[in-house]
Design a protein around this ligand. Sequence first.
Ligand SMILES: [Zn+2]
Length: 130
Amino acid sequence: MKNKINKYDIGLILIIIVINVMILVFGSMNTADKGKKIAYVYSNNQLVGEYTLTEDYKTEFKVESGSGYNVIHIEGGKVWVQDASCPDKVCLHQGKISSDGEFIACLPNGLMITIVDNEKNENDSDIMTK
Ligand SMILES: [Zn+2]
């Protein structure tokens, strides 16, 4: 019994160490990790999703707000609105976004998708601290 508990404890400690090391490694590798883009999805000014855009990452999900829904599709490093309940369909017509600073907004549903390029942000903060 004691052995089992000890093994379990050691396992937990190892997991915590591995996670900490990963955070350290990934944190310091930010500059080397070129072109890492993240799509942030906001619904009524609240962050509801965060997706790292890579060539082989593909997903589709629905964001619902009090006034309607948007179906967001991510594929091939691009993000777009696949379907939406809003009357104007402006978000659908905004097409595919894939670059830093680009965004899609659906005002009727309070939806906002923005893309942030980690590499560019890293450069920006470098300039600010120098
Ligand atoms: Zn819309």
